[in-house]
Design a protein around this ligand. Structure first.
Ligand SMILES: Cc1cc2nc3c(=O)[nH]c(=O)nc-3n(C[C@H](O)[C@H](O)[C@H](O)COP(=O)(O)O)c2cc1C
Length: 186
């Protein structure tokens, strides 16, 4: 079974991480979930109707952010890589600097060192030069900076459509096919 690490950090857009868990469950990919403390705060603001237990129940395994000895902290634990959705500027900076100061940034560092796929759904606007330089650094290390920019050329009815489209495109980068993703020209 293919497995992927899903990181949810404290940028606005907890719904991107939630959508990733939902789509990955629908295609039976094993998910390993790490949520930062700040993301738990954004979840309270953005998804007040959902309890954290309901969210974590979507993942196959859930790790404490401080559990630096967890399986995903080791390169010997094989995965297809890691999606961070959404990725805050703080987490981006930590990854760019190789800080590994919590389990999420350690897992991202491991994914990079093992030359596996790392996709960061970064969210901030406007960007200062530090943000841009951190994106450059992560790109040079082999990561993919994937801001969830809405594709308005596709028919969009709801915010959920926009979120689902961005997340499905991000999962495409892991060769994970989401059948409901509309593809241009098909
Ligand atoms: C409601 C809310 C929205 C936020 N939105 C963003 C954002 O879009 N991008 C960002 O980089 N930080 C955002 N932040 C700030 C981060 O949560 C903060 O920098 C935090 O330290 C990130 O920690 P983490 O990377 O460990 O999750 C937001 C915070 C809150 C409470």
């Amino acid at each position: 079974m293919q497995r992927i690490i899903v990181g949810i950090s404290g940028a606005s857009g907890f719904a991107y991480g939630l959508k990733a868990l939902t789509l990955l469950k629908s295609v039976e990919i094993e998910t390993h979930l790490i949520i930062t403390n700040a993301a738990k705060i954004t979840a309270e603001h953005e998804l007040p109707q959902m309890a954290m237990d309901q969210i974590t129940a979507l993942a196959d395994r859930v790790y404490d952010i401080n559990d630096i000895g967890a399986a995903v902290a080791s390169g010997s634990f094989k995965t297809s890589g890691m999606l961070i959705a959404p990725c805050s500027m703080s987490t981006l900076a930590a990854i760019a600097a190789g800080l590994s100061h919590n389990l999420l940034t350690r897992a991202a560092d491991v994914v990079l060192k093992e030359r596996r796929r790392l996709v960061l759904m970064v969210r901030e606007s406007p960007l200062h030069l530090g943000h841009i330089k951190n994106m450059e650094a992560v790109t040079l290390m082999g990561g993919v900076v994937f801001p969830p920019v809405p594709a308005l050329y596709q028919p969009v009815q709801t915010v959920d459509d926009i979120i689902a489209h961005s997340v499905a495109r991000a999962l495409d980068l892991f060769d994970i096919d989401i059948p409901s993703l509309p593809r241009w020209g098909e």
